[in-house]
Design a protein around this ligand. Structure first.
Ligand code: F6R
Length: 634
């Protein structure tokens, strides 16, 4: 392999997306199962839970159904389980495995093993020993699937876990608890402990696949793959394994040196996309504005070949500077009098991610319709519903609404349900509907604050989201059909959608899948596609095609629009790993983009939103793979 990978201490495969990874790993597992069956032997699988392996399980289920993949010779051992945790709880990994794999394939129940979280402490210790013994008796694990937590854990081997550790009870790290908070509707509900296979248990597997997707994993992936082996990051122990592979999507690979700054590792082939990345990097590294970078700066920082292509620094600096400045598009350079559709995954993503541009597009006389793809109802607290019910009661005489027995019974039933609900319980349908309606009224109110009205809103309520749970169903034709109907109705010339791949729960990712599939099926003239990013991160300057500046006053108005989403304010049920409110993240992100531009020597704006624009027919998948990652090692 070329010099590109020399900082990587473990084989890494970067594949185009989560689906491609799932296919490849499932193929490996299916081959193992079949080979073992042909030899009259069992295949022993080590399994993980969480969002990462779900695609692999889905693909294995498909092969069982469509290709007769037989699981009767399969023995499974799961990595971990929360403690304390009953096997029927919706948070239990026993239940997760049944719902996501075991109930759908013919693996014999007595060949399935998941650590128990429902025993007392003493019995748990004995259980851990017998778990290890059962793995040994099965002949050891043939193939182990691993995810990685932002703490660097594999299984629940948190920082400090030793190389020799075995199956045991452990305390969960703060980062892990914060990441699990949204599953449990609050960090305080996350169990403090877990039973997990140890590092030594994992390393004894004959083959290991560690899988990571999403930008939120990119920093820990870099540490695990390029950093020294250390107990602070349990995943680094995999470097000592003879047959471990790390599978990444481009977002999770983004911080690897061969992707972020490949020129440090050796000669790269310079492309129009990569050149600005390198110049921006050099400007930040030297602290000099782009137009002041010298030929020596390039030569001293691994960029001799780049500057040589342009003769000297001047023309290169000028070209990149001009390219960046041409991306800045104030109101007069933004579309006007077009038919615009905005797909918003949740009811607040439109104003969070493009509230500034949206106002300017309204002022430019565009015809805008916002399609809210999901209701976002699971992110509404019960106390919000209670407040609206109280409003109905109090407003009744004023609105001259007669006493209505059926209504009172409904209100009582909802109140009783809310009073008996535990965090994370699936709500009754009535409650889910009320929560949906609360978010719809907030969305309309936010639209009004940017100059639109309820006639500009469509609530698509995609079926994949309607589980009442954090975990969603896969996107199906029904979801695509609703998006397609919306396109048929609105016939847009421009479509905005969330190009967000770091959403921990995948809802934004899935919403983008529904949009792209609908656009593929759409028979009207192909609209231009503008991708904004959700609440988690922003497009890098080099990747963005359009930068929309905002004054201090415009940013304030944008934040006021976000405030209309009152049920998500103060304490949002899904803050993710970042505890700040959405408006705070937006303020920092939009000001940060402007500051970055200023720091490389471009005009000093107050704040900025960024967009990637894909022209007619451009394929989304290839457009979004960072160009630098298309090197060797694929
Ligand atoms: C789950 C497990 C954990 C997860 C890790 C990543 O059985 O052992 O190590 O693999 O926390 O979780 P996701 O995939 O949800 O990001």
């Amino acid at each position: 392999m070329s010099g590109f990978t020399r900082l990587e201490r473990i084989p890494v495969r970067i594949l185009p997306d989560h689906e491609a990874i799932s296919h490849e790993v499932a193929e490996r597992i299916a081959t193992l199962i079949r080979t073992r069956a042909a030899e009259g032997r069992q295949a022993v699988l080590g399994l993980a839970t969480g969002s990462t392996p779900v695609g692999i399980y889905r693909e294995l289920i498909r092969r069982h159904r469509d290709e007769d993949l037989d699981f009767s010779n399969v023995v499974t051992f799961n990595l971990d389980e929360y403690f304390p945790m009953g096997p029927e709880s919706i948070h239990s990994y026993h239940r997760f495995m049944r719902e996501n794999l075991f109930d759908h394939v013919n693996v014999p129940p007595d060949q399935v093993h998941v650590p128990r979280g429902d025993l007392d402490r003493e019995a748990t210790e004995a259980h851990c020993e017998s778990y290890e013994a059962a793995i040994r008796e099965a002949g050891g694990i043939d193939f182990q699937i691993l995810g990685i937590g932002r703490s660097g854990h594999v299984g629940f081997n948190e920082p400090g876990s030793g190389r020799e550790s075995r199956t045991r009870l452990v305390y969960l790290d703060t980062v892990t608890r914060a990441d699990a908070a949204s599953d449990f509707f609050g960090e305080e509900n996350v169990p403090p402990e877990a039973v997990t296979m140890g590092v030594a248990t994992i390393l004894e597997a004959r083959e290991i696949a560690l899988i990571a997707t999403g930008e939120h994993k990119s920093a820990v992936v870099k540490r695990a793959v390029e950093g020294e082996v250390h107990a602070d990051v349990a995943a680094t122990y995999l470097q000592e394994h003879p047959s471990a592979t790390v599978y990444l999507d481009p977002a999770a690979a983004a911080e690897l040196t061969r992707v972020r700054t490949p020129w440090i590792l050796g000669e790269v082939s310079w492309t129009p996309e990569r050149e600005p990345e390198a110049v921006l990097w050099l400007s930040q590294r030297t602290g000099k504005p782009i137009l002041q970078l010298s030929t020596k700066d390039y030569r001293d920082n691994h960029l001799s070949s780049l500057v040589a292509r342009h003769g000297s620094a001047g023309p290169l600096n000028g070209e990149v500077f001009n390219r960046l400045i041409s991306k800045i598009r104030g109101k007069s350079k933004l579309p006007s009098r077009e038919r615009i559709v905005v797909f918003s995954p949740h009811p607040d993503d439109d104003v969070i991610s493009m509230g500034g541009a949206l106002r300017k597009l309204v002022e430019n006389g565009n015809h805008i319709t916002v399609g809210y793809q999901t209701s976002g109802n699971i992110a509404v607290f019960g106390h919000e519903v209670r407040r609206y019910l109280d409003f109905v009661e109090r407003a009744r005489p004023l609105m001259e609404l007669a006493e209505h027995a059926a209504l009172s019974r409904r209100v009582e039933a909802v109140e009783a349900h809310l009073a008996g609900a535990h965090p994370g319980d699936v709500d009754a349908d009535d409650v889910l509907d009320l929560k949906r309606i609360i978010r719809e009224t907030e969305a309309v109110s936010a639209l009004e604050s940017v100059g639109l009205g309820s006639e500009n809103a469509r609530f698509l309520d995609l079926p994949f989201y309607q589980t009442g749970k954090v975990r969603k169903d896969p996107i199906t034709e029904r979801d695509v059909a609703r998006c397609l109907d919306f396109l048929d109705e609105t016939k847009p010339t421009i479509v905005f959608a969330a190009g967000d791949f770091s959403d921990p729960h995948g809802t934004h990712r899935m919403c983008l899948e529904a949009v792209t599939r609908a656009l593929d099926a759409y028979r009207g003239p192909a609209p231009q596609l503008w991708l904004y990013r959700g609440a988690w991160q922003e497009w890098p300057l080099a990747e963005a095609d359009v930068l929309v500046p905002m004054s201090a006053e415009e940013l304030r108005k944008k934040i006021l629009a976000i405030f209309k989403h009152q049920s998500q304010k103060d304490v949002a049920p899904f803050p993710g790993p970042d505890p700040r409110e959405f408006w705070q993240r937006v303020e920092e992100r939009n000001r940060g983009t402007a500051e970055l531009l200023r720091s490389v020597g471009l005009p000093a704006y107050y704040a900025m939103e960024a967009f990637v624009v894909l022209e007619d027919g451009e394929r989304l998948a290839t457009a979004l793979v960072p160009t630098a990652s298309l090197g060797e090692g694929f």
